[in-house]
Design a protein around this ligand. Sequence first.
Ligand SMILES: C[S@@+](CC[C@H](N)C(=O)[O-])C[C@H]1O[C@@H](n2cnc3c(N)ncnc32)[C@H](O)[C@@H]1O
Length: 437
Amino acid sequence: MGCLFGTILCHMATHSALSAGSKPPWSNRALGFVPTPPEIVAFMTALATPPPNTAVRVLEPACADARFLTAFLQNYGDHHRFVGVEIHAPTVATTKPHLHPAIKLIQADFLLWDTDERFDVIIGNPPYGIVGDASHYPIHLLKERKAEYKRRTATWKGKYNLYGAFIEKAVRLLQPRGKLVLIVPTTWLVLDDFALLRNFLAERGRVEVFYVGRVFPKVNVSAVVLRFTANGQGLALYDLADGTWRSVGSDSSIHPDVEKSVYRGELIRFETPMWLAFEQAGVPLGELVHIHFAARSPEFRKSGLVRTVPQPNDVPVLTGRNLKARQIDYETCYSGWWMRREDAPQLRRFYAQPHLVVGHTKGTRLVCAVDWRGYPWREEYHLIPREGVQIDWTALERYLSSEPIQEYLQKLYRDFTPHLTKTMLERAPVPPKSVFR
Ligand SMILES: C[S@@+](CC[C@H](N)C(=O)[O-])C[C@H]1O[C@@H](n2cnc3c(N)ncnc32)[C@H](O)[C@@H]1O
């Protein structure tokens, strides 16, 4: 395989405008530009092997310098049809003169691009980002197109993410039995915003997920390569994050960590028999408690109950920084806001009662502590017993802080999301006897 990758890298150097060594003119971060490392291009190209002695139609959406098409061409020949679609006009103009003549570049918004052509192979690295959102990865430039994207994308849910819309559109452009090979963030495996996407994929074909982890230098994204085969069936999940993807010669040389002959769109996790048994041995936490999020900053602001200079008997509005493992710092004011503790229930009734607070921003580590005093919180999950359930809070705090639970979360969800999600928490198993009063 070293040989195959070597070939790809060598020919990419010939045809890629990137090889010129100058700063790429398409470094347009506002459109989600992040170049794919050549070794990943090589790995993904190997996953997209076309049938022998056939000419196939290959598409690279969001192609920038068309490095996937170039690699495919160098590996499998120039007798195929090659189409790349890129929104950024200067990139298209700069790239075109450097490309092999068999590669056709189209300057268009892939999500709005209309074509009757269907493809046997769709391969690439779409942009990642939440359109027009004031988040960590905003795609401000496409803000005015958001309504149109939503209208055209059946799987759009919640804030969604541009890459989800790219997956759907690409699947719709596949020939029967066609293959899609895309590198995307891990979040779609478990977040609720991607439930429709997971169903969409499950209904239409076979889903194979190659977990590669943090392969983009200086970019804080954990990634998977999704290989989707139209009209196939089932799910396979491979753990290659230890770098084994670098030495994979063909996918027949690796074995899935999780395999399902029928896949219905459920969460995609590293479900080994041992961790499934661990999960099934307890009651899901979500059946014992309601999980609420704290009141948000605008609600505090609007309430008129908070002030920046404390008055006698005021308490600080607590944030994630006040929460430590099995301990709450009630003294330090990180939020910059103070208020009367007695007023806290006006924002959320549950603040008044002793309950368990679970950290939202501590990776997939579960950090929790009982708030016995009923302070106001601006962040974190708050666990309130369901009707008729009486919880021993100290026991639940101890159990949820224990190593087996930490390991369960780590092993099943790795670094798929930057935060512990409500769904992960709801599914965490609790041996009921240990926490009932
Ligand atoms: C993550 S980069 C990938 C670039 C290249 N394929 C690679 O792997 O190195 C994403 C590219 O998508 C382009 N892009 C962003 N939104 C797009 C859209 N709606 N349609 C087509 N291209 C888009 C950006 O300009 C950028 O070049």
